[in-house]
Design a protein around this ligand. Structure first.
Ligand code: SF4
Length: 446
């Protein structure tokens, strides 16, 4: 950090907005206000330049309160709850993840995060069948074939194509785009199609049968059908030849596969195709992950419990059962009797039924900014925004951990500090015998 009069220039800043986790930003701070952000895309620039807008204020039942008072009431709610939920955690950092898991264990709570409603099928598939994968650096340096399937990085991950996957120049791809072929497969054209050499438009919900077809073709079987997924078989044969002819291929997929018919099965069939391709050439795959540090939360939860999402601690040890312990199902069935939402806007993003249940129970919202969740929460606890006003570590979408810097001050604690203080109060209340529930050998029912 170098100071020039009032202006502070912070280099190598990590952007917390999306899973590309660009770590080359330069941020200029003038008297505590961010005035210039260099190297970021428009989404990253907005994150820093507007971080001070719409900040949350500490309050209980809509009335102003101190942070200590908020922690006191939040601890009371959580200790008395019979079946609490801890949810969110995409827009924060690894130490806060660890603390949130510790809190869940102390409370015997359910803990889930935003992957549960986006790439959970990818996480399940990878735990089931594995995944040959690589870093984005390897893609930049080596990939001569890049396939984007059911995703739109041109809009959702704006610097991914320029830093790593389309125009990026690497050791064995010195000409950038001229050294690689880019294919886009999706149900409709998007700005990503314009970056691609070839766009293949498939019928909605046909991904599973297309991956099965490609795997059959890769293994030398021919099929007696004119088309698959609305695309002539000849085009799939051409794609297979292109894939086999590549020196280093990568297939990136998005929510066009995880949130359409087939879900988990789509990803398993995609991984099997990639595994088969490695009998012929180097071929890899990776999900294009969205929100900031959503990969980090899955990583930390997996180190700590063995499971990547939808974990229940009510028996004193972790249990994993999507459909039973995943956030949408818990809320949809109305089982949760208190919720601690941190670093995510659950009410603003969930289906109406789940959001209605959240509004009907004691809700604690921990967020730097006002959101649909803070608007209806009983307790609102503002925090310093990770990667802007609090340091930490985040995982990039290829599972590489990167340090996040603090570039401005905040009057509020970081997520980690807040969780530390909350855990201390919960433990004290437990000692005082204020708990409304005991751990039982079964799922407690409200
Ligand atoms: S691509 Fe993503 S991580 Fe990079 S600057 Fe844009 S929003 Fe931030």
């Amino acid at each position: 950090m170098t100071a020039v009069k009032e202006l502070t220039v912070v280099k190598d800043v990590t952007c917390p907005f999306c899973g590309v986790t660009c770590d080359d930003l330069e941020v200029h701070v003038d008297n505590g206000k961010i005035v210039v952000v260099k190297n970021a895309c428009v989404l990253g620039k907005d994150t820093f330049l507007h971080h001070h807008e719409g900040l949350a204020t500490p309050r209980i039942d809509g009335k102003p309160a101190s942070i200590d008072e908020c922690i006191e009431v939040a601890a009371d709610i959580l200790v008395k709850a019979k079946y609490p939920l801890i949810y969110g955690l995409d827009s924060t950092e690894l130490h806060a993840h660890r603390k949130a898991i510790e809190l869940a264990e102390i409370l015997g709570a359910n803990i889930d995060h935003t992957s549960s409603v986006c790439h959970a099928p990818s996480l399940q598939a990878v735990q089931t069948v594995g995944l040959p994968s690589c870093t984005v650096g390897e893609v930049k340096n080596r990939a001569d074939l890049v396939i984007f399937w059911g995703c739109n990085p041109a809009e959702a991950h704006p610097r991914h194509p320029t830093r790593y996957s389309v125009t990026a120049k690497g050791m064995f791809t010195p000409m950038g785009k001229k050294d690689r072929k880019v294919i886009h497969v999706d149900v409709r054209r998007t700005p990503t199609s314009r970056m691609a050499d070839t766009f293949i438009q498939i019928k909605p919900h046909s991904d599973y049968e297309v991956f099965s077809t490609l795997t059959a073709l890769v293994n030398g079987h021919d099929l007696d059908v004119p088309e698959v997924g609305g695309v002539p078989l000849g085009e799939w044969r051409d794609l297979v030849e292109l894939m086999k002819g590549a020196k280093f291929g990568i297939l990136y997929w998005g929510m066009g596969l995880t949130m359409t018919r087939g879900k988990y099965h789509n990803i398993v069939s995609l991984v099997r195709l990639i595994q088969e391709m490695n009998r012929f050439t180097k071929f890899l795959g990776a999900p294009l992950r969205g929100h900031g540090n959503v990969v980090g939360m899955a990583q930390v939860l997996t180190w700590q419990t063995g499971y990547p999402f939808a974990v229940n601690m009510s028996r004193g040890y972790p249990r994993f059962n999507p459909g039973e312990f995943s956030v949408a199902d818990l809320l949809g069935r109305g089982e949760i009797d208190a919720a601690f939402i941190i670093a995510a806007d659950a009410v603003g993003n969930f289906p109406a039924k789940a959001a209605e249940h959240l509004k009907s129970i004691p809700l604690i919202a921990v967020d730097p900014k006002e959101s649909e969740t803070t608007k209806v929460a009983k307790v609102v606890i503002p925090v310093a925004q990770a990667a802007v006003a609090a340091p930490g570590v985040a995982y990039r979408m290829d599972h590489i951990p990167l340090p996040m810097k603090k570039v401005v001050d905040s009057p509020y604690p970081s997520d980690r500090e807040l969780l530390d203080r909350l855990i201390a109060r919960v433990l004290e209340k437990r000692k005082d015998g204020q708990s409304g529930r005991k751990r039982v050998a079964g799922r407690p029912r409200g």
